[in-house]
Ligand binder design. Structure first.
Ligand code: SF4
Ligand code: FES
Length: 352
């Protein structure tokens, strides 16, 4: 099927969602996704961050869709035209969604372990407003231990259901879920049971915010000070392919490896995640490829896969330089191009 997203046309198999079609194009036309997770069946449709405008339904029925649609749950039709970053309506709606997600979310990034790899932090950086209009008291909860290795900080949860789907699809008996509904909805365990299945640690990796944290790593280090390396071990339970977050020789944290959309590539077991914290437990393959445009990639340049730059295709022409600051600036000498001089500029390069 032919689908056009932000003026870029591609062919995709029937049944592909708009979000996945946009991921095939890559770059900035890809809508953010806080609840959809390609490895989890039934995920998506909860957070509304992936809203897009369908300006033409299909070749057969070209009428636009009356409302913005969740791109993770809407499949493409032949000839469909979709707007994401080219739609002011979408940008405005996304701003509203971020504002709503932040209504009850504490702004505790400085002390949150997810800082630096938090989808909500990235989203509010790109689409949030600097102020809140919310005047009421925020919902607050006591922290809850979900077994020996996982802590739930419900104040930060955005109810994306990813952890529920992970437990449902990876473990034999799910022991937690979303209790209550609406304003009272919260993640909790059934009769305060602990979560002890051998794959349950993966709920930490799928959580887009800092609501589920690894108790063996909490407050030990900021993620951008650690170096991610890929490593494997001969594990009887899982594939044993993991990512170690190291500082010097110390392994601070073990997680699953994630792809360029921030999604787990292969699930790992609790033993690899919580108990194998020595370098001798692992065969180190080398530095991880960090693909995301987040603070987490700070200083980790090995094998970075760049997203395509598509702006000329999206606006249909080469962007024009709006202002040639060099020719009108009174500050630098007109015969000196500051970007071209070797080494840093000094006083001789400027008009006195
Ligand atoms: S705890 Fe995390 S993964 Fe689970 S619903 Fe809340 S935000 Fe989503
Ligand atoms: S990612 Fe589509 S609704 Fe959440």
């Amino acid at each position: 099927m032919k689908v056009t997203i932000d003026n870029i046309t591609i062919d995709v198999p029937a049944g592909t969602t708009i979000l996945n079609a946009a991921r095939m194009i890559g770059g900035e036309v890809t809508p953010p996704a806080m609840c959809y997770y390609s490895k989890l069946e039934g995920s998506g449709g909860k957070c509304r961050t992936c809203l897009c405008e369908v300006s033409k339904g299909s070749e057969k029925d070209p009428r636009p869709m009356p409302k913005l649609v969740a791109s993770c749950r809407t499949t493409v039709m032949d000839g469909m035209e979709v707007k994401n970053i080219t739609s002011p309506k979408v940008q405005d709606a996304r701003k509203g969604v971020v504002e709503m997600l932040l209504i009850n979310h504490p702004l505790d990034c400085p002390v949150c372990d997810q800082a630096g790899e938090c989808s909500l932090q990235d989203l509010s950086y790109e689409h949030g407003t600097e102020k809140t209009r919310y005047e009421f008291e925020r919902r607050t909860f006591e922290k809850e231990d979900l077994g020996p290795n996982i802590q739930l900080h419900m104040n930060r949860c955005i109810l994306c259901y990813r952890c529920v789907f992970t437990a449902e699809q990876l473990t034999k008996a799910r022991q937690h879920g979303v209790m209550m509904r609406g304003d009272h909805a919260e993640i909790s365990t059934y009769l305060s049971k602990s979560l002890d299945h051998e794959f349950i640690g993966n709920i930490i990796d799928v959580c887009p915010v800092g609501a589920l944290t690894d108790k063996t790593f909490r407050f030990k280090n900021r993620v951008w000070f650690t170096k991610p390396v890929d490593a494997h071990r001969d594990c009887p339970t899982c594939s044993g392919k993991a990512r170690l977050w190291m500082r010097g020789d110390e392994v601070f944290r073990v997680t699953a490896r994630k792809d360029q959309w921030g999604e787990v590539e292969e699930w790992i077991c609790n033993d690899c995640r919580f108990h194998k914290k020595e370098t001798k437990d692992w065969v180190i393959e080398g530095p991880s490829k960090v693909d995301r445009r987040s603070v987490i990639s700070q200083g980790h340049y090995y094998g970075v896969k760049k997203q395509p730059v598509l702006i000329d295709k999206i606006i249909g022409k080469q962007p024009r330089m709006l202002l040639d600051i060099h020719s009108i600036s009174d500050v630098n000498k007109p015969n000196i191009d500051l970007s071209k001089i070797s080494g840093p500029a000094h006083s001789d390069d400027f008009n006195k």
